[in-house]
Design a binder for this molecule. Structure first.
Ligand code: AFD
Ligand code: MN
Length: 388
């Protein structure tokens, strides 16, 4: 099979999970600008997510966020998704928006608040049992704002206790993905601030606890692909929350700020063979589309992941290994840059046509008239947001 055929086959196998909340209203702490046609409930979010998969062929699952996406009947929601060609994916817990969580959730000094938070995590696993989801994504906003506010070590003890109880509840095929974030909304300490903290807790818990890398959750200049390579080698990389940033946790379209960084990340993934579905890496988007139309922004994001992956698959691994072995610094760098500088859009357009898709998903979506339909139909009701 030609290298191009190999690349197309591998990219076709890559599934990007979109986030239900990406289709809802979102914004910053200064303002949420509502947009016309925004879903009013999880069913309409699924409808929008299904459009991304319809035009890209690469977004088969949709992550849910509880309680934002809470429904009475998850079987009905799963059937609704299936009827539109997608399936329910990762369950995201939310222990960062209840009034009781002002001083933290699972690490709160008040044991009653910690109990409430862990009960929510256990409820999310009950929902996973209903939806058939593999992954429970845990992001804790927990932390402190001032030195002396609380014991840094005691908070780690509380975190470990909560994670232990949650981990013990998991089914045999279920995983915890523990997400870290440098800061925000806590500004002095965050209880899971970096990959090392997540890694240490996951290591202690067991093999079904894995680290999830949100690409917007690092200090500026962090070498994310090093973290990817290290965790892959440790078999502790559960997945990604893809987005991009210029300064902080901007949650912009993945690949929009730094396509070279996304390529370097996918190069580490491809070099380890971790792009293959059987490797179990969750390639998720975690973005907010505050000012841009939401569905096309998610389509663009999926296309950006496909382009970075295709470029990574074009790296001449043999030439790279030879140059590295020979200490040929410029030669090795040139091998990587040759792949990055390859315009893979024609190859991906060909792949889409072979899949029976329009070669240009963005243009196809714009022509579909879907936005005009939802804009006209979704009048009234309460637009979905992020509950802030
Ligand atoms: C926020 C957090 C984190 C989390 C996401 C979904 O910063 O990235 O994964 O919400 O809960 O963006
Ligand atoms: Mn995230």
């Amino acid at each position: 099979m030609s290298s191009h055929e190999t690349v197309k086959a591998a990219v076709r196998g890559l599934g990007v999970e979109t986030a239900s909340w990406a289709y809802a209203n979102s914004g910053t702490r200064f303002k949420v600008f509502p947009q016309p046609g925004v879903p009013r409930d999880p069913y309409e979010k699924i409808d929008d997510a299904a459009q991304v998969h319809r035009f890209t062929g690469a977004a088969p699952s949709v992550a849910l966020h509880i309680p934002w996406d809470k429904v009475d009947d998850y079987d009905a929601l799963a059937r609704h998704a299936s009827a539109r060609g997608v399936r329910l994916g990762t369950i995201n817990a939310n222990v960062f928006q209840d009034e009781d969580y002002r001083l933290g959730s699972v690490t709160n000094p008040d044991p009653a608040v910690r109990r409430k938070a862990v009960d929510h995590l256990l409820e999310c696993i009950d929902i996973m049992d209903a939806t058939g989801s593999r992954d429970l994504k845990l992001w804790f906003a927990d932390g402190t704002n001032y030195p002396g506010q609380d014991s840094i070590r005691a908070r780690q003890d509380r975190l470990a206790e909560a994670l232990d109880e949650t981990y013990r509840r998991l089914g045999d095929q279920q995983r915890i993905l523990l997400e870290y974030k440098l800061f925000e909304p806590s500004f002095y300490t965050t209880d899971v601030p970096d990959w090392g903290t997540s890694y240490a807790h996951c290591l202690r818990l067991g093999e079904r606890a894995q680290v999830v890398i949100d690409t917007g959750h690092h200090a500026p200049g962090t070498n994310i692909e090093f973290i990817v390579a290290f965790l892959l080698r440790e078999r502790k990389l559960g997945g990604f929350d893809f987005n991009s940033r210029f300064y902080a946790d901007d949650d912009l379209m993945v690949g929009a700020a730094d396509p070279f960084q996304l390529f370097r990340i996918m190069h580490e993934i491809v070099a380890a063979g971790a792009h293959a579905p059987e490797h179990g890496i969750a390639f998720m988007l975690d973005q907010c589309h505050n000012i841009e139309p939401k569905i096309p922004a998610v389509i663009r994001s999926v296309m950006n992941v496909q382009e970075a992956t295709a470029k990574a698959l074009l790296v001449d691994a043999d030439a790279l290994a030879t140059a590295q072995r020979d200490g040929d610094v410029l030669g090795a760098n040139a091998v990587l840059m040759d792949a990055f500088n390859t315009d893979v859009r024609p190859l991906l357009a060909e792949m889409r046509q072979e899949q029976g898709l329009d070669p240009d998903p963005m243009a196809a979506y714009q022509r579909s008239g879907y936005f005009d339909t939802i804009r006209a139909e979704r009048v009234g009701g309460v637009q979905a947001g992020w509950g802030a």
